[in-house]
Design a protein around this ligand. Structure first.
Ligand SMILES: NC(=O)c1ccc[n+]([C@@H]2O[C@H](COP(=O)([O-])OP(=O)(O)OC[C@H]3O[C@@H](n4cnc5c(N)ncnc54)[C@H](OP(=O)(O)O)[C@@H]3O)[C@@H](O)[C@H]2O)c1
Length: 375
């Protein structure tokens, strides 16, 4: 089976002819290539596999959350260049079921599936969640409940980048308890999470304003159907942004803010929440020292607390979502109520470097970047 992976310097030398590449990712050199390994074995009759399913992936993708893992693998190989190993990565995929354990009821060989990243809590601890941090392994075994069937109409390149963004954004929208006429702000408009949020909100005909700091994203967001898109510098305060100031003359603020980068935006935008406003976040920019966090500390904690209390604000954290969220998103996709942004599709051993470069470093990237295993 094939594995797109971070590979050691020794392996990179060996795989040079097949197109292994070195990418400089936020100051860390990372060797990327395609490694062949033994197929994962699966005994359908074994009791350990009773509720498990063997799948073969046809495509996968990575999310921002996978970046620290990729960087750490790069760091590891920098310290141990002679080691002869590799780290597969990734958290989204589409696969075909190859075999099932005896207790599996809802899946059968031939079904097309994607991850179900439902999160559960046992004894106060988050368990479950994303089923794989190694989505690039071509063959893998999963518990049945961590997979969900996809509609026939869903192409491989959409399915391979669907679960994390769709499940998270649907969960966030559910928790926002949107009301008719709510004024909504979405930050980091060209992040994959925000693209899912925006597409879902457009499906609900919501009144959405989007902030983006990427060159060229404004035009693409408007083409998607967003009427109010504001370009904001990565260090810019909204009050200094003429478009933002003009908007605030037309509307007093926002009832709801969806923000995937709490540390970048919350301190800058919390003051624009209207009384009883809801702020929802699912993440931080600063997940690794190599990834700069701009905007941190622009308003101190006690001023923020005063603002939250005085204006009766709700600050809501969100991690992934539940099974209902992914099913709803799949239904909406099937019924054309949810569009999905796909940027590029790569395949072939020589594309591993370009795939990662385009995902994390191409500032014009707009939508998911997919790696497809050729059949
Ligand atoms: N907890 C969960 O369940 C969960 C699930 C999904 C995502 N998340 C979190 O959501 C966040 C986004 O993830 P993603 O995979 O959607 O990210 P992504 O697609 O990699 O986000 C890239 C976007 O970030 C913005 N950006 C890039 N550099 C920046 C900088 N220096 N400062 C500010 N913004 C910058 C740009 O958007 P603009 O230029 O348009 O501003 C860019 O398009 C992450 O924090 C992730 O961990 C969490």
């Amino acid at each position: 089976m094939r594995n797109i992976a971070v590979i050691s310097t020794a392996l990179a030398g060996e795989y040079e002819k097949s197109g292994a590449a070195t990418v400089s990712l936020f100051g860390q050199l990372v060797n990327l290539g395609m490694v062949e390994s033994e197929d994962t074995a699966f005994d359908a009759g074994c009791s350990a596999n009773e509720y498990h399913v063997l799948v073969r992936k046809s495509a996968f993708s990575v999310n921002f959350r996978d970046l620290p893992l990729i960087l750490k693998a790069g760091e590891f190989f920098e310290k141990s260049p002679d080691s002869y190993t590799y780290f597969p990565f990734g958290s989204d995929f589409v696969a075909t079921v190859m075999a099932v354990g005896k207790g599996v009821k809802k899946l059968a060989p031939g079904d097309r599936v994607i991850p179900n990243a439902d999160i559960a809590y046992i004894n106060g601890q988050a368990v479950s969640g994303i089923p794989s941090n190694t989505a690039s392994k071509e063959i893998e075994i999963f518990p049945e409940h961590k997979l969900v069937k996809i509609p026939q109409s869903m192409p491989v390149e959409v399915a391979a980048g669907f679960s994390v963004g769709a499940q998270t954004s649907y969960s966030m929208i559910g928790k926002a308890h949107l009301k008719k006429g709510d004024k909504i702000l979405v930050t980091a408009g060209s992040s994959n999470t925000s693209l899912f949020l925006i597409n879902a909100l457009l499906g609900l005909k919501a009144d959405v304003t989007v902030l983006t700091s990427s060159p060229g994203a404004k035009e693409k967001l408007m083409k998607m159907g967003v009427e109010k898109v504001i370009e904001i510098g990565r260090n810019e305060m909204p009050a200094d942004n003429p478009q933002f100031s003009t908007l605030l003359k037309e509307q007093a603020g926002f009832d709801v803010i969806f923000d995937p980068f709490f540390d970048v935006y919350f301190p800058r935008i919390a003051i624009y929440l209207l009384p009883y406003g809801r702020y929802l976040t699912c993440g931080l920019r600063n997940q690794h020292p190599g990834v700069a966090t701009e905007g941190e500390g622009m308003i101190d904690a006690s001023s923020l607390a005063t603002l939250i209390i005085r204006n009766n604000l709700s600050v809501i954290g969100n991690c992934l979502g539940d099974t209902g969220n992914i099913r709803q998103a799949l239904n909406d996709y099937e019924n054309e109520a949810l569009k999905v942004a796909v940027d590029t599709v790569f395949s072939g051993a020589a594309s591993a470097g370009d795939f990662i470069f385009n995902t994390y470093l191409n500032q014009e990237r707009f939508g998911k970047v997919i790696f497809k295993y050729d059949t």
